[in-house]
Design a binder for this molecule. Structure first.
Ligand code: CTP
Ligand code: MG
Length: 255
């Protein structure tokens, strides 16, 4: 871990990771909150925190936990201490992802210049992807998103005539111009905070990612290449895939 000493981090802009982990995981099915479900025997959240804490620039990880689980998450993170030079904070989240991210931004120390927002539900993002996003922000982009080309063709539909009826197709967007976006999304701290301040509570501005808010400010957002292992654990089948990826990593490098 030669790159993660306090000294080497000190030469980079002070960077914090905010990890929204306050969702329940409706699509995964009933059970404990999604971020606390085990993956290879360790809660998904711990994998996500580790991935962020290992990134070269990160000096602080803020976990936004389900409000009923704040103490449990604090103890969990105490059991899995970060590398030296990285601090951890746990705060309660809100009713939407956007509100949860906002709660994390609210506790950032003043000296933080760059913020990476990363879903707890993407526990297996490779550290190289995290470093690439942070590096692109350092190089001057105010907002950076990892993304991949789509493999499926996408159709735009109109609402069906009745619930359960077949949906009319209205368009087939050119797939070569579409990208599926991932996290961590990286931002100049001031830009991200401004976007959340301006758009908090504006229903029409509700976005499922942070870059979506920044776009609404008219600030340019750029994409870098994401990674297929940064996929989001959303449905039960994703857990099967995540277990398989983890098992392969453990075989390959004793991760
Ligand atoms: N999230 C959050 N606060 C919320 C809702 C979501 O912090 N009120 C977080 C989730 O914990 C997750 C990330 O945002 O790490 C991405 O959201 P998603 O994958 O949709 O997770 P859930 O909202 O928990 O899942 P679902 O939509 O299936 O209920
Ligand atoms: Mg959700």
């Amino acid at each position: 871990m030669t790159d993660t000493t306090h000294e080497s981090r000190g030469r980079l802009p002070r960077t914090a990771a905010v990890i929204p982990a306050a969702g329940s995981g409706q699509r995964l099915g009933p059970g404990i909150p999604k971020a606390l479900r085990p993956l290879g025997g360790t809660p998904m959240l711990v994998h996500a925190v580790r991935a962020m804490a290992r990134a070269r620039a990160v000096v602080l990880v803020v976990v936004v936990a389900p409000s009923a689980e704040v103490e449990a998450v604090r103890s969990l993170l105490d059991e899995h201490p970060p590398p030296s030079g990285v601090d951890q904070l746990v705060v309660p989240g809100g009713a939407t992802r956007q509100e949860s991210v906002r709660s994390g931004l609210d506790v950032l120390p003043e000296d933080i210049e760059v913020v990476l927002v990363h879903d707890a539900a993407r526990p297996l993002v490779p550290v190289d992807t995290v470093d690439a996003v942070a590096a692109a922000v350092r190089a001057g982009a105010p907002a950076v998103v990892p993304a991949l080309p789509l493999t499926d063709t996408v159709k735009e539909v109109a609402p069906p005539s009745a619930v359960g009826a077949p949906e009319p197709v209205v368009a087939t967007p050119d797939r070569s111009l579409l990208r599926a976006v991932q996290t961590p999304q990286g931002f100049e701290r001031a830009t991200l905070v401004k976007a959340h301040d301006r758009l908090a509570g504006v229903a029409e501005a509700a976005a499922t990612d942070d870059a979506g808010l920044v776009e609404r400010l008219g600030v340019p957002v750029v994409l870098v290449l994401g990674h297929e292992e940064a996929f989001k654990v959303t449905r039960p089948l994703d857990l099967v895939l995540a277990e398989a990826v983890l098992a392969r990593r453990r075989l390959n490098d004793g991760f």
